[in-house]
Design a protein. Structure first.
Length: 136
């Protein structure tokens, strides 16, 4: 039987991970998948399908990320010169500025979140008997 404190600790850990991954990060107004996508596009020529594979997302979810980042002015799509059916993602000037801010701010945000996760994880490990760990 799961004790209330164990459930509370695990729920807090899940909440931190979910918030960090899906909610806009303070000062960046982007979530982690959006930050990842901008970083990938800055480093290599990618189509939406290639970006989806790198992110581990469906093409639909990635397309939604791309549409949002295009609307916000961070990404644009360019038609390939050799194949008009293929579109490549590119950073805009505003996207490069946002990426610079990501590279400046994200490490501290992630370090703080990981520290909190470690502390909560250690607390959870102490309160969950070893034989019960990993069983959900």
């Amino acid at each position: 039987m799961v004790e209330y404190e164990q459930l509370k600790t695990l729920t807090r850990i899940y909440g931190l991970v979910t918030q960090c991954y899906n909610q806009p990060l303070a000062e960046l107004s982007l979530n982690l998948p959006q930050c990842q996508l901008l970083t990938y596009v800055a480093n290599e020529k990618l189509t939406v399908a290639q970006a989806a594979k790198k992110l581990g997302f469906s093409a639909t979810r990635t397309s939604n990320l791309v549409v949002d980042l295009c609307k916000r002015g961070y990404l644009s799509q360019r038609v390939a010169a050799t194949d008009r059916r293929r579109r490549y993602l590119t950073l805009t000037v505003l996207g490069q500025k946002k990426l610079d801010l990501i590279q400046e701010k994200l490490p501290a945000t992630l370090a703080m979140t990981l520290k909190q996760l470690r502390e909560d994880g250690q607390a959870a490990a102490k309160s969950v008997p070893l034989a019960d760990a990993g069983q959900c």
